[in-house]
Design a binder for this molecule. Structure first.
Ligand SMILES: [Fe+2]
Length: 383
């Protein structure tokens, strides 16, 4: 038997060895590594997008606002989105597209209307080779606020001076991936962003700043298709039901981590089936049980069972999902009214993952009455 002896390589070590958080950070990160780099890690590519948490920042509860659905005004031929020189790849026939050859930041207002409609139709669209991350942050915000009032998240970090930017960031050297699996078997948590708000998220923008070489994809479910998969009598039963969505778990968790609470938690009841104002499509509107865990008027076991069935339907049905791979210069636009999504914590532990989300709010969710589906409802599948 041959025994090889090698000199042990110096290892970067965990961030907890190197950094004692002194600020109110829900997620600690090594400021020195992120801003200057280290022997093992390069500095962050977009340091002005590093998250900050200011405990003095407090915002009042949101007041209702009049939402305008721009998708209704769109030229349905989508000339600015799908014009000459644009390359489109559909990821599945019913949802998910990848587009290159159009620069979002150059769209006219008519083009933005088309974007709202196209994203409502395709549910999630990855736009490649975008300049979004290079724009001054205020310009990115100005672009997105065309689609609705910009949400300020109650607990997450944002670039200094730009509270409307929601930063998703795991710093280099951080044990985030490893940590998740010390208490969980899977990292998947399906949700619709800020569903607890009176007027939750609509057309939503997220752009990559710095990603690991592989892993860290985001998975989206088509909740219109999930609704359409249900039998007519089951669909009918869901109409009229309302689910209580609450932000309290989120803010409680932040307090526990010594984090910030920028807005007091709110709870709002929303229809379980909601209708999209531009397309008229009906979708299941559900979120992780962390945020939405009670159907009004049902007893606890009834509510738990029904919500678990619907949650499992979107979480387990690969045939109504798409997986989006983040690459440099990607902007993913999705309609939070028609989809749920989940991050995948499967990248190499210790690698930096850094993205920014801007979240326009939309209408207060509403439903239109149940209508008998047309066509063959056969359950036979011919393989
Ligand atoms: Fe999310």
């Amino acid at each position: 038997m041959t025994v090889s002896t090698t000199t042990p390589q110096k290892q970067p070590g965990s961030i907890t060895d190197q950094f004692k958080p002194t600020l109110l950070h829900p997620i600690d990160y090594n400021k020195k590594i992120e801003e200057e780099g280290s022997e093992f890690y390069p500095k962050a590519k977009y340091p002005h997008y590093l998250p900050t948490w200011n405990p003095q920042q407090k915002y009042p509860a949101l007041e209702p606002f009049e939402y305008y659905e721009h998708g209704r005004d769109a030229d349905p031929t989508l000339p600015e989105i799908l014009g000459a020189g644009v390359h489109r790849t559909d990821l599945t026939p019913s949802m998910g597209s990848e587009i290159s050859g159009v620069q979002l930041s150059s769209l006219s207002n008519a083009g933005k209307d088309q974007l709202a409609l196209f994203v409502a139709q395709r549910k999630v669209v990855a736009f490649r080779n975008q300049d979004f991350a290079e724009l001054p942050i205020q310009e990115a915000l100005d672009f997105c606020k065309y689609f609705g009032r910009l949400n300020i998240h109650p607990t997450t970090g944002s670039p200094k001076g730009y509270p409307e930017v929601h930063i998703v960031h795991v710093g280099a050297g951080h044990d985030a991936v490893k940590k998740v699996f010390t208490t969980r078997n899977s990292s998947m948590s399906w949700h619709s962003d800020v569903s607890f708000e009176l007027q939750p998220a609509g057309t939503t923008f997220m752009y990559s700043l710095e990603m690991p070489e592989s892993g860290g994809d985001t998975v989206f479910s088509d909740n219109v298709e999930a609704y359409n998969r249900l039998s007519a009598s089951f669909q009918q039963r869901l109409h009229g039901l309302r689910v209580m969505h609450s932000g309290k778990t989120l803010t409680d968790a932040s307090i526990q981590r010594n984090g910030v609470v920028r807005k007091e938690p709110v709870s709002n009841a929303h229809p379980l089936v909601r209708t999209h104002p531009a397309t008229g499509e009906k979708a299941l509107f559900i979120s992780s049980p962390t945020y939405a865990n009670q159907i009004l008027g049902l007893k606890k076991e009834e509510s738990d069972t029904l919500l678990k069935f619907l949650y499992d339907l979107i979480a387990n049905s690969l045939d109504l999902q798409v997986r989006i791979k983040w690459t440099d210069k990607t902007v993913v636009v999705w309609d939070n009214r028609l989809t749920s999504h989940a991050a995948t914590f499967d990248w190499a532990n210790g690698k930096r993952r850094h993205l920014a989300r801007i979240t326009p709010e939309a209408e207060q969710p509403y439903e239109t009455p149940f209508a008998e589906p047309h066509g063959n409802n056969s359950t036979e599948i011919d393989l």
